[in-house]
Design a protein around this ligand. Structure first.
Ligand code: GDP
Ligand code: GDP
Length: 438
């Protein structure tokens, strides 16, 4: 199951960023094996009790005054409704209830998404608690008093959030059909790819009722199978501040990637691979999703016999941490290699969910250890006892060893390569977790 997404919305200055940073705290970290990817302070992985979710701050560039506030807030709320499973609506006890709060509350209520109402800046219960009751008027249930500055009330708030993250509480039913997120920079050709697929294959109107989110899913039938495509485009029609566009595009990408099995990263061949591409790729890599890199607009590239080779090398160099990713050169204009995309999708979807028997794994482990001696330190040598696959999507293995200090990254990588030599696992990351057994 994918991790739920929780979004914070609210008027400017109610304390969204402060709350986000306080909740994220230490949790905002850069995944170590994703070099060059600095994470934006837009989303963070949070653990509370036994629950994990992704927290999103929809704030950012905000006007201080005027009519713009309301329209911007509507957009923020819309983004949250489209991308989140649970929405935290933050209000400010010191400013009290204002008209814009009612309007946003209205939108949220109509979306039928679970909403948790949090009243911020209750730094002192004696002084402010009584003032929180007026927020019952929003019709969103119990207001939860918090202080983002003083980190008060977080326990109750998070309890309420994870209660709403409970799979049974979430509307979306588990859908067996493979989900594919088309991600990439604006203008890379994401919409064109989906449109081309729509033109050539049978389109099925989504039969899942209700949420706005389904509206951005496209179901395509190919060779008797159904695929759900999640588009991350959109929101380009209005003139927006560049930073805001980028922020929304990151939010959409995180949300789409969270829900998908396989991400297709679309790169614009006329621009080559850029830093922004690497950033977007990092989001899918961190989340352990299957990965296909589609170099689009291949029809526009002047080619000689070395062009593909040069492109491949450059991409493999920049995205060295995802050497497992499949690579394909396409044109959304001509439909070049579109059948190949579907073949790749089938293979990657299968690999991402593949299970390997413990017996075979341990044959590989024994052989691997025999071929390359494990490292040692101060006379103590790494011992690898046993390995088993504990989950899929992505395939995750636990290897039992004598001492974690001795399990260097390079040896983990070596074991991974041995597994890949036998089973391939093309297109999917695999995770190896070391556990000590004394
Ligand atoms: P945002 O625009 O909603 O992201 O709001 P910010 O997080 O930037 O906070 C706006 C202002 O409110 C800042 O000056 C914060 O220091 C202040 N603030 C945030 N949380 C609290 C709180 O719990 N108590 C008090 N007293 N001030 C807060
Ligand atoms: P998105 O923002 O990623 O959804 O990008 P679009 O699908 O809107 O494409 C941006 C522009 O690139 C449009 O003008 C498309 O017609 C053009 N385009 C997209 N794919 C191709 C392609 O494969 N070849 C050519 N020549 N143009 C393309």
């Amino acid at each position: 199951m994918s991790k739920p997404i929780v979004a914070i919305v609210g008027r400017p200055n109610v304390g969204k960023s402060t709350l986000f940073n306080a909740l994220a705290g230490e949790n905002i970290s850069i995944v170590k094996d994703t070099p060059g990817v600095t994470r934006d302070r837009i989303y963070a992985d949070i653990s509370w009790l036994n629950y994990n979710f992704t927290l999103i701050d929809t704030g950012g560039i905000e006007p201080d005054s005027g009519d713009v506030i309301l329209s911007r807030m509507r957009e923020q709320a819309q983004i949250a409704i489209e991308t989140a499973d649970v929405i935290v609506f933050l209000v400010d006890v010191r400013q009290g209830l204002v008209d814009a709060d009612f309007q946003v509350a209205d939108m949220l209520r109509r979306s039928r998404k679970p909403v948790v109402l949090a009243v911020n800046k209750v730094d002192n219960y004696d002084k402010f608690l009584a003032d929180t009751y007026e927020f019952y008027n929003l019709g969103l249930g119990d207001p939860h008093p918090v202080s983002a500055n003083s980190k008060l009330g977080f326990g109750d708030l998070l309890d309420e959030v994870v209660e709403n993250c409970d799979p049974e509480a979430l509307e979306e039913e588990e859908d067996e059909r493979p989900k594919i997120a088309i991600i990439g920079k604006p203008n890379a050709g994401k919409s064109s790819i989906i449109n081309k697929m729509l033109g050539e294959e049978r389109v099925i109107v989504s039969d899942v009722a209700g949420t706005t989110r389904d509206a951005i899913d496209t179901v395509i039938e190919k060779n008797g199978k159904e695929y759900v495509f999640i588009d991350t485009a959109g929101l380009r029609r209005k003139n927006k501040i560049k930073e805001e566009l980028e922020r929304y595009s990151v939010i959409r990408t995180v949300s789409a990637v969270e829900r998908c099995d396989v991400a297709v990263l679309v790169i614009d061949a006329t621009e080559g691979i850029t830093e922004q591409d690497a950033k977007i790729a990092g989001i899918a890599h961190e989340r352990g999703k299957g990965m296909i890199i589609a170099v689009n607009k291949w029809d526009l590239v002047e080619k000689d016999d070395k062009t593909i080779y040069k492109f491949t090398n450059k991409i493999r160099e920049v995205l060295a941490y995802m050497s497992y990713a499949e690579l394909v050169f396409i044109s959304a204009k001509t439909g070049q290699r579109f059948p190949k995309i579907f073949d790749m999708l089938d293979a990657v979807i299968e690999n991402h969910a593949m299970r390997v028997q413990t017996g075979v794994l341990n044959e590989i482990l024994t052989e691997a250890v025999a071929m390359k001696q494990p490292p040692s330190d101060k006379g103590k040598r790494l011992k690898l006892y046993y390995m088993t696959q504990v989950s899929v999507k992505p395939p995750t293995f636990v290897v039992f060893i004598n001492d974690k200090q001795l399990m260097h990254f390079s040896y983990t990588r070596y074991i991974e390569n041995q597994i890949r030599n036998t089973f391939g696992f093309r297109g999917t990351p695999i995770h190896i977790i070391a556990r000590e057994r004394k």
